[in-house]
Design a protein around this ligand. Sequence first.
Ligand code: NAP
Length: 329
Amino acid sequence: MKQMQFTRFGDPADVAEIIEVDAPGDPGPGRVNVRVLASPINPADLLNMEGRYGAELPPLPATQGAEGVGRIIAVGDGVDNVKVGDLVTPPARGLWREIVQGPAAGLVALPADADILQLSMLRANPASAWLMLRDYVTLESGDYVIQNAANSAVGRHIIRLAKSQGWKTVNVVRRPDLIDELTGLGADHVFVDGEDLPDRVVEATGGNLPRLAIDAVGGTSVQRLARATADGGTVVNYGLLSGDPLMIDARETVFRDLTIRGFWLAPWFAKTDPREIGTTYAFLGKKMAEGLLHVPVEATYPLERVKEAVAHAGRDGRNGKVIITMDDV
Ligand SMILES: NC(=O)c1ccc[n+]([C@@H]2O[C@H](COP(=O)([O-])OP(=O)(O)OC[C@H]3O[C@@H](n4cnc5c(N)ncnc54)[C@H](OP(=O)(O)O)[C@@H]3O)[C@@H](O)[C@H]2O)c1
């Protein structure tokens, strides 16, 4: 079967190559084989291939593809939560290959009528959006949340999930052409980032400042979010899009008692009971099938064209995700 691999870190379009490898054999007890159908290219995939991801880098040679959707083609003894033919979020990383093998625990059958490309983006971004909204600050109906990179996939999910719970969003972007689109998604306020952002947020919210700020950018952008957050509020950082350290003035933490937290989805998988993981994805899969969670797709590429795909995904100002597809998806 075909698989993308890289043998050194560098520009993803330079280091990605397609090789032939043996397909996995019999899955064995408690495990499944999954034919991958689609896998998006996320910022973390590119950072990992560049050798710039914050966590431990993979041993080389490596493959990539942290999330996707696939169909179960074989189950081992004792597997009773999923069956052959079910659509699932594949139970392994490194999905830019045709077939993967992994444990069945925590897998749930995804809605058969949902869009395959959307389902391929279920694992990382909807769960991150939901857990950041749910787990750091207890929000009441009508409360505001502020976020930057609001047009990212995570940002769009935050807008939709917050609205579905009765929470309002203040959304920060870096391009004015996104204002109408995000407002149409249900964003309460959309602002282009700038020095006067905190003043605009005070005015827009009538002083009912957000108690939760969600930051994917770092650098000085997070300082502007912090200044627009209520005293005693929480700033959750989950991305490093600017590549700069979090520049939060000590006045925000010392005199206004802001709490700075980090969010990373990977430890949540390691620490959480598989049944709770299954419940979370059943909830999010249903929201996706209902159309609540939807991310624009700018392009799809077959696995063989992975070099073009990663180059495309690395461009600024995209209007949607770039997704690697297999078979005839
Ligand atoms: N911690 C976790 O567990 C976790 C989980 C999932 C995702 N993430 C992180 O979440 C972030 C968003 O991921 P995604 O898949 O949703 O992204 P995405 O849909 O691929 O969109 C990328 C976004 O980044 C923005 N951006 C890029 N460079 C920027 C900069 N220097 N300043 C401000 N904005 C910038 C883009 O804005 P333009 O459209 O204007 O170019 C776009 O909104 C990434 O940092 C990713 O690593 C973290």
